[in-house]
Design a protein around this ligand. Sequence first.
Ligand code: 5GP
Length: 203
Amino acid sequence: MAENRGILIVVSGPAGSGKGTVLNAVFEKSKDFVYSVSATTRAPRPGEEDGVHYHFITKERFEELIADDTVVEHTCYCGNYYGTLRTVIEKDLCNGKNVILEIEVDGAMQIKKKFPEALLILVVPPSYDILEARLRGRGTNTEDDIKNRLERSREELKFFDEYDYLLINDDIDEVSSNFISIIESEKHSTKRNKNFYNKFFNI
Ligand code: 5GP
């Protein structure tokens, strides 16, 4: 049997990659995952709930959290702070849950450094043209915001080979199943079962 500690999973992808929709499908298919709710200083979009999609907080509060080391990684993305809360990660990993951080590249690189065992997955749309069309189709972002996010995606994709897996999002059902298969395989990797020998021989 594979070891019981959950896997820390970082999921990144340009705005418009559909990573949120892929993750919703993953949560519907499996109960082995928990979503780490980040803190942000950006305003909620219509339909977003405090404590569910994000903890929506002020810039001053965010800066306090940075100062007292409550955030394990953070970044400033298109003018707003985003960060992962330390408490969320540790409790669920110990309980054997796989914890998903849906974060951008800068935060992903901080996590990779602090938690070398984290698994990094990049979700991308099939092409840049499709990415742009999806961002415009959302209708919730201003033109400036769209331009910023497209520019940012160019920069982010330069970090492509820092990630362990690449998922091209052209079919949600297929991509979410592949996501779950990747995690299942990882659980059985030798590097994630280093205690096997000692346990086997009761050492
Ligand atoms: P959005 O404003 O579209 O919800 O998110 C903008 C970007 O911030 C997305 O790429 C999202 O994955 C990323 N993001 C969300 N939460 C965090 C976080 O806690 N840390 C970091 N580094 N990025 C985050």
